[in-house]
Design a protein around this ligand. Sequence first.
Ligand SMILES: O=CC(=O)O
Length: 329
Amino acid sequence: MVERHLISISTLVSLNDSFKSSTPNGSFFSTLETWEKLSDIADLIKPQAANREQFLSECKSRKLDGVVVICDRAPASMATTGPFDEELIQALPKTLKFICHNGAGYDSIDVAACTARGILVSNCPAVVDDATADTAIFLILAALRGFNNGILAIRNGTWKSKVPPDPLGHDPQGKTLGILGMGGVGCNLKRKADVFGMKTIYHNRTRLDDEHAAGAEYVTFDELLARSDVLSLNLPLNAQTRNIISTAEFSKMKTGVVIVNTARGGVLDENALVKALEEGKVWSAGLDVYQQEPNIHPGLVSNPHVCLLPHMGTSTVEVRQRRFCERQN
Ligand SMILES: O=CC(=O)O
């Protein structure tokens, strides 16, 4: 029997509008229906706050008292509330028991502070694997082939002759793909990279069993840096991984390496990347995530060898539906 005492809130301030605008063909209805199905078991409440200050005062005004679950959509909710840090967690309704984070990476949530308040946190890892790995493949191809240069040449009107813009790009076939962080996304990416004829090596804290490695070679961190033609970052952001790729690491890489980041901006030192690009150590990069989103280092924006996406690796209708239906942890 359905119990109605459960109240769920979403930190999505305008769920309907953002879903409508992100799905031009009307398929938002199915996503919205998936969300609304939750009303079978909960009263769905949308906070009115448009920013962190307003959200904190909404909590303090006790308008949200009685709320048991927060369903927070990453990365949109971050843009409204900022990180779920100690200050915000202390302000949340006393009745709150669960934060259901609709993203894979939960670096925006202070889990220790939640635990201290008796709040359980869940995330959605596996549902984003395909979409994130697809984005990584797009960025690998774009960065290897220099497609951003070509796109810019058309948009800037500099493609005047039949000759494609310089420099010539590289084929993925026969290149070594190094995956730092071979979890769900990394394993998925490995299978997709096989189709493009890439050889995969990886580094994790723990070596995978043969079934999960699926033929990828386990190497040390330094070997990964030294042997990769393309280095893809697929690891979570935490205190150990912040700026894990910086000046010292670039110096251990091959000259002409390609860097792809679909994980979190914080794992890659952007100043060091800009310098490595300028010095020619890094040939090109493909990025979906940044240290200070939505701000991007000007040295990346101005560099035609860098293909940039606005953190849209998991932005598909299918991922959003699955996030509401298949919670993993
Ligand atoms: O960035 C998206 C996610 O963590 O799912």
